[in-house]
Each structure stands twice: as structure tokens, then as C-alpha cells.
Design a protein around this ligand. Structure first.
Ligand SMILES: CC(C)(COP(=O)(O)OP(=O)(O)OC[C@H]1O[C@@H](n2cnc3c(N)ncnc32)[C@H](O)[C@@H]1OP(=O)(O)O)[C@@H](O)C(=O)NCCC(=O)NCCS
Length: 319
């Protein structure tokens, strides 16, 4: 049986760091409030002129180097982003040009903060069906460009960054993507959205959110998606070594851990350093935990996410 195996990973955070203290000087908030309500200490913000494709390109190059592969070894480039460089062409084709690949299929997928899990699901199908041999999957965002910096209820939550993985078709291996499940329910469109769009008012708009509702759905749907997917595989949370959840808010992760009854120590959290980077957050956290040695060969990892749409889902990988 063909499996989609992760053979390379890389990430990139912009140099410019904005701490909670920096925000105190710009709005009525406090480091203590932000840390206590969210677990966030700082966020990285793209420099003027630095675009989502620039962040994605750096993460992609690091993932290629990690996999010891050349750009031309890739036959699909998929970018999960809600903050593309342009409405067209796709950010994926811009990254394709930047890294020097010719001929791979290239597309963006829009599933907000669940984008990486959606991309993993698509990649699994493309590889297992024999259509692709090696996929470069990237989550990349410049959330700083769509937050309202005058809205303390939302702007403190987000940051910019990119994470990339390379998935390769391999035979007869226990490693790789074991299972994925993704869902959406458009009836919740309005609890997390931007107030702009190409077809609506030709503006990018800024993010608006019902924080408490998103929090509640985040806990419930990420916990249920994880439990249901494991049950379908005949697995339980005891089989999982690490949960690498979407990095939105430490309290959401704590509540998920409590709901599914796993020790918080099993949950990888890096959001204190980079805040919510939407589709980039899971590969960013995964990269940190792989590089610092927490995630080891043979580990079983669950990656639940929830984002605007609402979209949500989970995937399980054998590292
Ligand atoms: C946004 C969030 C941190 C707010 O936390 P909360 O406990 O729900 O806080 P509330 O919105 O009830 O606000 C409580 C008070 O803090 C104030 N407040 C809001 N933002 C603040 C800030 N940055 N600094 C200080 N005070 C703030 C509010 O104005 C409110 O004041 P009031 O009681 O005088 O009206 C929380 O709802 C959350 O994390 N939601 C999920 C968001 C998310 O993850 N979205 C992306 C998912 S992909």
C-alpha cells in the first residue's frame, strides 16, 4: 500500500517581533491580560513589502533542504492560506517560481486555520491514488495585514509565519499519514470572517470575530474530530504520543486536553512565541517539536484544527 510519508519539514518566522509589552504602548491592553487569556507572549510580523509567498518560499526551501531534495523533485505545490499575495495568480505558483520548479501542479486552498489539515487530506489522496510522488505542502500567512490594529479583541491574537512539509509516496512502510477527516459548516460563516473580499467590495477587509463562540466551537469540534477519527481507526488517545493542535489559544488547547482526557504535556504548544498564524500554525509547531527532539521516529501524532467557515478536521500521522 502506498503511504504519504513526511520526508522534510521547515518553517520561517519574520524577524520583526512585537511583544505584548509593545502592544501595551499602542492600545489599552496588558501583557498580563493577553498571557492569561491566550498564552501568547509575542508575535512575528512581516516586514513592509514581505508577502505570504516570501514567507512560504523560505519555509519551502528549508523543507527541501531537510528532505535533501531539489525543487524539480516536487510534482505538486499546495499552499494553505487565507492571506494570498494576489487574488490571481495563486500564491503557490509564485512560490513555484521563487524556488525554481517548472511543471508541478500548483494551487492554493482556502480553509482558514484548518488549511494545513485540509492540505494533508488532499495530499494523502493525491499520493495514494498515484497522481503525485512528492508534494510540497505549505501553510503560510500574513495575518497582520487583515487584522484591525484598533481592535484589541482580535489583533492581539494573530501573527505571521509559514511552515512547510514534503510528503513522499512510499511503499511498505508503517510511516506516513494514517488517516484524515475534514468537515465544514457554513452556517457559522459570520462568527469569524473578514469584512472584505474581491467580489464583495474589492477590499481585503479586516477580521471580525465572536471570540466566545469561536472558542466554544474550537474546543468541541477539535476534541470530537480527534476522538472520532481515532475511533474509526480502532485507536484511542492512548495510542497517540503527541497532539499538535492548531495554535490559537493556550486555553483552547487546555480545554481540549481536558475534554479528551490527555495530559497537557502531550500537547505541543508554540503559540507563546508566534501567536495564531492560522494555516501555518500546525507545521510551525510540528517543526519546533521535531527539531527539539520531542517528536521521535515512530511517534503517533494527532493534528486537529478549526478555522473560519467554520472548517475543522484532524489528521493522524506516524512519524
Ligand atoms: C478573544 C478571547 C481571548 C477573549 O477572551 P474572553 O475571556 O472571551 O474575553 P471577553 O471577550 O469576554 O472580554 C473580557 C473583557 O476583556 C476586554 N478585552 C478584550 N480584549 C482585551 C485586550 N486585548 N486587553 C485587555 N482587555 C481586553 C473586553 O473588552 C472585556 O471587557 P468588559 O468585561 O469590560 O466588557 C477569547 O474569546 C478567545 O480566545 N476566543 C477564541 C479566539 C480564536 O482563537 N480565534 C481564532 C480561531 S481559529
Amino acid at each position: 500500500m502506498t503511504r504519504a510519508v513526511l520526508v522534510g519539514i521547515g518553517s520561517y518566522l519574520p524577524d520583526n517581533i512585537v511583544t505584548n509589552k509593545d502592544l501595551e504602548a499602542r492600545m489599552e491592553t496588558s501583557d498580563a491580560w493577553i498571557r492569561e487569556r491566550t498564552g501568547i507572549a509575542q508575535r512575528h510580523i512581516a516586514a513592509e513589502g514581505q508577502t505570504t509567498s516570501d514567507l512560504a518560499t523560505k519555509a519551502a526551501q528549508r523543507a527541501l533542504a531537510d528532505a535533501k531534495l531539489q525543487p524539480q523533485d516536487i510534482d505538486a505545490i499546495i499552499i494553505a492560506t487565507g492571506t494570498p499575495d494576489f487574488s490571481m495568480p495563486s500564491t503557490a505558483t509564485i512560490v513555484q517560481k521563487n524556488i525554481g520548479n517548472h511543471g508541478a501542479m500548483a494551487m492554493d486552498i482556502a480553509a482558514a486555520c484548518s488549511g494545513f489539515v485540509y492540505g494533508m487530506t488532499l495530499s494523502k489522496s493525491l499520493i495514494e491514488s498515484g497522481q503525485c510522488k512528492r508534494i510540497l505542502l505549505i501553510g503560510a500567512e500574513t495575518m497582520s495585514r487583515i487584522v484591525d490594529w484598533d481592535d484589541r479583541g482580535t489583533c492581539i491574537l494573530f501573527g505571521d509565519g509559514a511552515g512547510a512539509v514534503i510528503l513522499e509516496a512510499q511503499e511498505n512502510t508503517p510511516r506516513g499519514i494514517i488517516a484524515c477527516a475534514i468537515e465544514a459548516d457554513g452556517q457559522y460563516n459570520n462568527i469569524l470572517q473578514t469584512n472584505g473580499g474581491v467580489s464583495t467590495n474589492q477590499k481585503a477587509g479586516v477580521l471580525t470575530m465572536s471570540g466566545k463562540e469561536v472558542f466554544r466551537h474550537g474546543v468541541e469540534k477539535m476534541a470530537t474530530a480527534t476522538q472520532d477519527l481515532l475511533a474509526k481507526q480502532g485507536m484511542t488517545l492512548d495510542d497517540i504520543d503527541w497532539i499538535v493542535p492548531h495554535q490559537a489559544n493556550a486555553r483552547i488547547v487546555q480545554s481540549i486536553a481536558k475534554k479528551v482526557d490527555v495530559p497537557l504535556a502531550k500537547c505541543i504548544m508554540t503559540l507563546d512565541n508566534h501567536a495564531n498564524t492560522s494555516a501555518a500554525s500546525i507545521p510551525l509547531a510540528l517543526d519546533v517539536a521535531v527539531k527539539d527532539g520531542r517528536i521521535k521516529a515512530g511517534n503517533m501524532i494527532a493534528m486537529p484544527a478549526l478555522g473560519a467557515g467554520l472548517t475543522w478536521g484532524c489528521c493522524i500521522i506516524h512519524w
